[in-house]
Design a protein around this ligand. Structure first.
Ligand SMILES: NC(=O)c1ccc[n+]([C@@H]2O[C@H](COP(=O)([O-])OP(=O)(O)OC[C@H]3O[C@@H](n4cnc5c(N)ncnc54)[C@H](O)[C@@H]3O)[C@@H](O)[C@H]2O)c1
Length: 492
């Protein structure tokens, strides 16, 4: 038991001051690896361990081969691995936990495959629960540790099916199954990760804020001081709140960002029919300081591993607490996201009376530019819809790979295994555009703005070629001049 004078956090604070503090990330994916690499690069006084069950992934990090694309990663990786030499990658998870004073839980919490569409979608908790069970098995009242949740998931109902249970309560429940007094072994802290892939390194180096949710007792207060110490070299503001606020704050932040995308998307068709331009609208409202310029680009929909999941969670919590009007409000953001995809897909399909004689090329499969991540990419919906209609579909992307393509199609419930009317072309333009009847820009990669469209048009179908810019990034006039019969620019 914690005595009156000394909190669990007190010895951890001392270890930190003495430069003997070790942090470990359970999970070496986007969040676990990137947060750890930045921490190791910026805090040479820390020892950082990144562990994962995936041997290939750990080999990749250990051999200094990046398992995914993220701009500016190499410089920070070099500082951590070759300069500070304070980071290691391992599959020995229990050893890593044993050595650590603070543990970040960064494992995947994907949506369940069979419940992929519609509201009430659940997260697959098997990875998370297993990680927590391993952590529980290492619980030791003589070596108190801080347990930091980074993973987020569809909030589950409690055992009676009545109250939505936040992440910290789920962790506590799992620890309690193995440990008679989990609070002696672990202080559970919520530190939501706000990084955006594609700009993750900048986000992690210069976060707008670091949110820390702890228990409200004295130990919680001192644990917050330890966390501040772990991040002592970061120039940012810390927001210290109750654990529940931290968890809900993360959901709300993502819901607000998604809402901005749905808001601008809701104006795109109106712009198309009235002669306005959606980019002009973005400029007009975005230059108002009260609104701000970010997340105001019209698109085929938002994607990525977090927005939809977090919105689903928010709607689910509200519904299960009987707050139905509020649930309806946020579910409209999801509705608009689906609507935009359907509207644009129908519009493309309507241009081609003979799908079986038509080749369509999609530029971009990653859910946004500057990342190879394809999770919940809206483009999967277009690929599937066009394949189902009988078009021959070719997919180009500068970074996304074929394995990721197949995995994501399956993950989103699109069964293309028995289909032969598509080809994933990777970064090969020649293969992707040969004899094609249309280019469809799905992801806003910069190279799709600057690529040589004269060359591309020459390789496309000579009698009929159309252009659908679903990200509004390319000028229409030069494309028309090159002989594209129709150039559709979203929101124009
Ligand atoms: N990617 C983002 O932008 C982002 C941002 C904020 C929060 N999140 C949340 O953070 C969590 C992690 O996301 P991610 O994008 O890094 O996922 P990811 O799939 O890239 O990585 C998760 C890793 O955890 C590993 N893992 C699974 N079970 C394990 C176990 N028992 N022990 C050790 N390793 C295990 C997997 O092998 C995988 O490599 C998710 O809950 C996600 O919702 C993600």
């Amino acid at each position: 038991m914690q005595n009156q004078v000394q909190t669990y956090a007190f010895p951890l604070k001392q270890k930190l001051e003495e430069g003997k503090f070790t942090v470990c990330s359970v999970g070496a994916g986007y969040v676990g690896s990137l947060t750890s690499i930045i921490l190791a690069a910026q805090q040479p006084n820390l020892k950082v361990i990144v562990c994962d069950v995936n041997q290939d992934l750990i080999n990749s990090w250990s051999d200094q081969r990046y398992p995914f694309y993220e701009p500016e990663l190499d410089r920070q990786f070099d500082i951590a691995v070759n300069q500070n030499k304070n980071i290691k990658f391992t599959t020995k998870i229990t050893d890593a936990i044993q050595e650590s004073d603070a543990i970040f839980i960064c494992v995947n919490t994907p949506p369940k495959k069979d419940l992929i569409s519609g509201l009430g979608k659940e997260s697959d908790m098997k990875y998370f629960d297993l990680a927590c069970q391993t952590i529980a098995s290492m619980g030791d009242p003589k070596k108190h540790r801080i347990l930091i949740e980074k993973s987020t998931f569809q909030i589950q109902l409690n055992i009676l099916g009545t109250v939505p249970v936040g992440t910290h309560k789920r962790i506590h429940g799992i620890l309690s199954q193995k440990l008679s007094n989990p609070d002696d072994c672990y202080t559970i802290v919520s530190m939501p990760e706000f990084l955006a892939e594609g700009v993750a390194i900048q986000n992690l180096l210069f976060p707008d804020r670091i949110v820390v949710g702890t228990p409200t007792d004295k130990n919680g207060m001192e644990t917050f001081e330890v966390i501040k110490g772990i991040y002592s070299n970061f120039q940012t503001k810390f927001i210290h709140v109750k654990t529940a606020s931290s968890e809900l704050g993360k959901l709300f932040a993502n819901a607000m960002l998604a809402q901005r995308i749905s808001s601008i998307n809701s104006m795109s068709q109106l712009c198309e029919t009235t002669g306005a331009s959606v980019q002009d609208l973005s400029k007009i409202v975005g230059s108002d300081k009260r609104i701000g310029q970010y997340f105001l680009n019209a698109s085929p929909a938002f994607g990525g591993s977090c927005f939809e999941k977090d919105l689903q969670s928010l709607v689910y919590i509200l519904e299960s607490l009987g707050q139905t009007d509020q649930a309806m409000y946020w579910s409209q953001v999801l509705h608009m996201n689906q609507f935009q995809k359907r509207r644009l897909l129908d519009m493309i399909i309507s241009e081609f009376p003979n799908p079986s004689e038509t080749v369509l090329t999609i530029f971009g499969f990653a859910f946004k530019k500057n990342t190879s991540d394809t999770r919940m990419t809206p483009i999967a919906y277009f690929v599937n819809g066009l394949i189902e209609k009988g078009f021959f579909v070719r997919i180009h992307d500068p970074q996304a790979n074929e394995r990721g393509f197949y995995l994501e199609m399956e993950m989103q419930g699109f069964d293309i295994a028995e289909r032969f009317n598509f080809q994933f072309c990777g970064s090969d333009y020649n293969k992707a555009v040969a004899n094609s009847n249309a280019i469809i820009i799905g992801t806003e990669w910069d190279e799709y703005i600057t690529t040589n469209y004269r060359n591309i048009r020459d390789q496309m179908n000579q009698s009929r070629a159309l252009f659908f810019d679903l990200r509004s990034i390319v000028d229409e006039e030069p494309l028309k001049y090159l002989g594209f019969e129709k150039v559709f620019k979203l929101g124009n």
